[in-house]
Ligand binder design. Sequence first.
Ligand SMILES: [Fe+2]
Length: 280
Amino acid sequence: MPLTSVDLTPNIGTEVRADLPTLLDGSIAGEIRALLEKRGVLLFRGHDMTDEQHLRFAETLGTARHEHGTDITMVSSDKTKSPIFAEYTKGTFFFHFDDTYMDYPALASVLRACTVAPEGGQTEFANTYAAYDDLSEEDKRRFSTLEGVHSQETIQRKAFPDPTETQLALWGEGAIPATAHPLVWHHRSGRKSLLVGQTMSRIVGLDKEESDALVERILAHAEQRQYIYSHDWQLGDILIWDNTGTMHRVVPFDLDCGRELQRVKLSGEEPIMAPATEPA
Ligand SMILES: [Fe+2]
């Protein structure tokens, strides 16, 4: 068998075992994609890939998104190595989807551990398909017509309650406008997931008190332990998460410890779609 797999928790996360040439030649890419959609997070351990192999493997699964001038990006809290990510690190201590400001959020990210934190720095993932499935029928009905407003400023303010002008110029709503999205993402596969996160400031059309209470209730539901896989990084680990059906966050760590990951983002293949806008 070119591929074997071991589930890491009941609801999310699977370790995939296959040899390096098989991962790189794309022959099991279809199986990996199907498993990713089903399990949210896939771990590949012990391959010690180079940058070039990492990118080649990612490109068997989708289209690498060219951003910040490259296809492979360093995720580091060290400003001299990664000026963009270093500014955002503390905001990523809270659960979120990537790219909620885009029409086509990233399909997935493929991460590789280059230097691990001695303490903390685990990446945690929460399965929003499972969180949706467990809602009451009443909530499913109600949420199907609601929209949440998301912004980078909302999540960054949780880390920086009194932002400087420079920070606001980087991630304030004046720089990255807030966007409204359906609370329920109806995927082309027919499956539904919650589209929530600590980027969400309010629910469209509700008064502030009701909106605040609902945002708090939904997040408390979606961040329950049974939906989460917490990944303790080992050097060389390759991990893929489905950015359309999982939220993620980083467990706080010492920002000066040198933790470094390399990341390839795969371009989104479907827009966020509400049940009401589903094609006939
Ligand atoms: Fe992120």
